[in-house]
Ligand binder design. Structure first.
Ligand code: SF4
Length: 437
């Protein structure tokens, strides 16, 4: 970027220890790509989407850029709001459907704790408001936060419990909808779109950023993991009830509040077969780590429609460093993707992306190879929710250059023009129009 353009960048934002946010009068925002502090290209800046959140990062000094020299400056003291203090960096969490391009520029060396699991994004302030580093990969009405007004939810839950069904799994999903604000759980009670079917208590991986279990105790899991196994009868009742009435209906095994659904493969396969013996409507989907190819095949044969397999990387050493798999390996996951395609499932990979790692040349090359080898249908680009410093500390070192997240998507599109890129699960059997596709 030319020095003359630097003054046009948004201003650095920072916070005090109480979380009051200020914009700097002179320094401009910077971003980070992996461990490298960089200026943020204007093409990567968007007005902060309305349903995003702002965070301040206690103990992390903000890094800004001097627009006259282009040099990066660690801001260790500032006067604002009538007081002098050590400032904290500020980050944004983007609304669903947006891919972040830059991490916040922050000095983490004094931090003595782990940040909770959110995807921290660079943000600055300009005349018209906050600007964040990212781009929209998909808009989907079904996941638009504007369509999740809780005023409709509570009466819908009451009606569901009295008119439709009550049971241990439904009670669990009431807590997911009301305490954890899970959109999928809300959809069950609102009788529309994608609804959840959590079933598993155990997992065969130990992901650094697992939402439902953090055995190392470095930070709190954000969700309580399911602590019972639902009955097949209740699973089928919930699923059939949803598939038969909901528009664009999907029921999904594999949720943030459970372990790995493939550990309950027989229960899922029997449930899927029974659901399909009653109704042909809607999509039955499985979100999974894809660790057990044989189990994927069994569930596919039972009548599954789509599968979403999560990965943080197409490079096996990066995969192992994040998933810490037990009793399986990266090659099994690749095999599961192939088996899913062979069995005619709509096959999605949920790629947990992180600027500076996911957009490295080596990663893109590996990803292009994986897509070619497996012929998958859809690639989700999901921002990885994790403390940036922790993730980078745990990943293998690589000298491969990052090309930028936008460029990465362009390269993927041109290498695989038929591959769909997006953010949300897709209904593959239509069910809102009275016929099935
Ligand atoms: S595969 Fe899912 S449930 Fe298992 S550790 Fe990873 S995030 Fe947690």
């Amino acid at each position: 970027m030319q020095i003359s353009d630097l003054a046009k960048l948004p201003y650095l934002v920072f916070a005090d220890e109480q979380g009051n946010i200020y914009d700097h009068p002179y320094l401009r925002m910077a971003g980070a790509v992996g461990e490298r502090i960089v200026s943020v290209d204007g093409a990567c800046l968007i007005p902060l989407p309305e349903y995003s959140k702002l965070f301040f990062l206690p103990g992390c000094l903000p890094i800004g850029m001097d627009p006259e020299t282009g040099r990066f400056v660690v801001l260790d003291s500032i006067e604002a709001g009538g007081k002098r203090f050590r400032p904290c960096a500020v980050a944004a969490f983007l609304e669903p459907g947006y891919v972040r391009t830059h991490l916040p520029a922050a000095e983490y060396s004094e931090k003595r704790y782990y940040l909770p699991m959110w995807s921290y994004t660079a943000v600055g302030f300009a005349e018209d408001g906050y600007l964040a580093a990212g781009f929209q990969i998909e808009y989907c009405e079904r996941w638009d936060p504007r369509n999740y007004d809780d005023q409709q939810l509570l009466p819908a839950i009451e009606a569901f419990l009295s008119e439709v069904h009550d049971g241990p799994l439904v009670r669990h999903l009431v807590r997911c909808a009301t305490d954890n604000h899970c959109f999928a759980a809300k959809n069950l009670f609102l009788r529309r779109w994608e609804a959840p079917l959590p079933v598993s208590r155990a997992c065969n991986a130990a992901c650094l950023g697992c939402l439902s279990a953090q055995p190392d105790g470095l930070f709190d899991a954000s969700h309580d993991r399911l602590d019972f196994c639902p009955s097949k009868e209740e699973i089928v009742k919930i699923a059939v009830g949803h598939l038969e009435v909901a528009e664009d209906a999907i029921v999904s095994f594999g949720q943030g509040c459970e372990g790995e659904p493939l550990t309950e493969a027989r229960l899922i396969a029997e449930s899927v077969a029974e659901i399909r013996s009653v109704t042909n409507r809607g999509t039955i989907n499985l979100n999974t780590n894809g660790s057990l190819p044989g189990a994927v095949e069994t569930i596919a044969e039972a009548g599954l429609d789509s599968i979403r397999i999560s990965l943080n990387s197409a490079r096996s050493d990066f995969y192992r460093a994040y998933y810490r798999p037990r009793g399986y390996d990266f090659e099994d996951v690749v095999e599961s993707i192939k088996i899913a395609r062979k069995n005619g499932l709509y096959t999605m990979v949920n790629l947990l992306v992180f600027p500076g790692v996911s957009d490295q040349e080596e990663e893109i090359e590996a990803l292009i190879g994986l897509i070619k080898e497996t012929d998958l249908n859809f690639l989700h680009l999901k921002n990885l929710n994790i403390d940036p410093a922790y993730y980078l500390e745990c990943m293998p070192s690589s000298g491969s250059e990052p090309v930028g997240m936008r460029k990465m998507t362009e390269i993927l599109r041109s290498a695989h023009p038929n591959l769909q890129l997006g953010y949300f699960n897709q209904p593959v059997r239509k069910s809102g129009t009275g016929h099935e596709a």
